[in-house]
Design a protein around this ligand. Structure first.
Ligand SMILES: [Zn+2]
Length: 331
């Protein structure tokens, strides 16, 4: 069975066929995933949604899964993203006739972004103003400023509302042919804010403190754990000596814009960064659950072994001459 999934900030959506058998397979697969990732499903908070499934099957599925039947929120979000476009037009296209009308009837000279909605206006207009507050961040983050070529689109607004990362090309960082799938999975969870670092567990009242599992000195945010923690900083430094290329200081800024790197070199470097993320996360879990921690050198050895094996298998001896010297140094 092919499993499809979508992951939001704290939510994971899994799709399957609407019969009890498929649901059982899905639950079993999820429990394997739970063991590997340490993520648990809280059944009381999980919903199951149906489309075109007969009532008897629905109640059977609700029973075997232990989840509550919910109503899909997607239509609502899509509509919101569509309305976002209208709001954007009010901001960016004052020459449109209906926008002129809005300006003369409601805004009356006030700039859209500073406009305060009065209490005696229609329900629809109030709703629109409320959504503008929400969308403001999206407009700013995505630099949808009033310049040609930077238009708001419903698709982008929709992605933003799902709290997807806007256009940073993270999927190239995570899913490239040099990345080992298990590393890719953890890096992907990182990008989707899906790793339960202690800052998050503390906020959710699951942990009594928010301190880093490895160093115990600072708040365990993803940025700390994977980049600032003395443990990962040491690994990064040694990896840097190994590759001869400066390692990034955050996931948001990798080497994507460095023109001097060939595609192959960029792919391998990203695969190395994903390997570091995976191994640091593993060590962190070992620390948290079993009080076990490998020294940075041990971690490096594993990373190098895995990357070298991957390069050997993936390149099959065919490599561009300009990359050869660098690759040979890695091997
Ligand atoms: Zn730390």
């Amino acid at each position: 069975m092919k499993l499809s999934s979508l992951m939001f900030a704290d939510d994971l959506l899994l799709f399957s066929k609407g019969d009890v058998g498929s649901m059982m397979i899905l639950l079993r697969t999820f429990s394997t995933f739970s063991k590997a990732s340490g993520l648990q499903m809280s059944k009381g908070k999980s919903n199951v949604y149906f489309n075109g499934v007969p009532a008897t099957t629905r109640s059977e599925i609700v029973q075997v899964s232990g989840c509550i039947e919910g109503a899909l929120p997607f239509k609502y979000i899509r509509n919101k993203a569509a309305v976002g476009k209208l709001l954007w037009w009010i901001h960016a296209h004052p020459d449109k006739l209906w926008v002129k009308w809005i300006h003369s009837n409601y805004l009356r000279g006030t700039a859209w972004r500073e406009y305060q909605c009065p209490s005696d206006v229609s329900w629809t207009w109030k709703k629109l103003c409320k959504l503008r507050q929400e969308m403001q961040t999206a407009y700013l983050q995505n630099e949808w400023v009033v310049i040609p070529g930077k238009e708001y689109t419903v698709g982008k607004g929709y992605n933003w509302m799902q709290r997807d990362l806007p256009e940073v090309g993270w999927h190239h960082q995570v899913w490239n042919k040099w990345t080992i799938p298990k590393h890719g999975m953890i890096a992907w969870m990182y990008q989707h804010q899906g790793l339960n670092t202690k800052d998050k567990l503390f906020r959710l009242n699951i942990s009594s403190d928010d301190l880093c599992c490895i160093c115990g000195n600072e708040e365990e945010s993803p940025q700390h754990l994977f980049f600032r923690c003395p443990y990962s900083a040491e690994i990064m430094l040694q990896i840097q000596n190994w590759t001869g290329v400066r390692m990034p200081t955050s996931r948001e800024h990798d080497w994507g814009r460095t023109a001097s790197l060939t595609r192959l070199k960029l792919g391998i470097l990203r695969s190395i960064l994903n390997a570091v993320t995976y191994h640091v996360w593993r060590q962190r879990n070992g620390c948290r659950h079993d009080m076990k921690l490998l020294r940075p050198e041990g971690c490096i050895t594993m990373i190098q072994y895995e990357i070298r094996t991957k390069i050997k298998n993936q390149s099959k001896g065919k490599l561009a001459r300009r990359d050869l010297v660098w690759i040979e140094k890695l091997m």
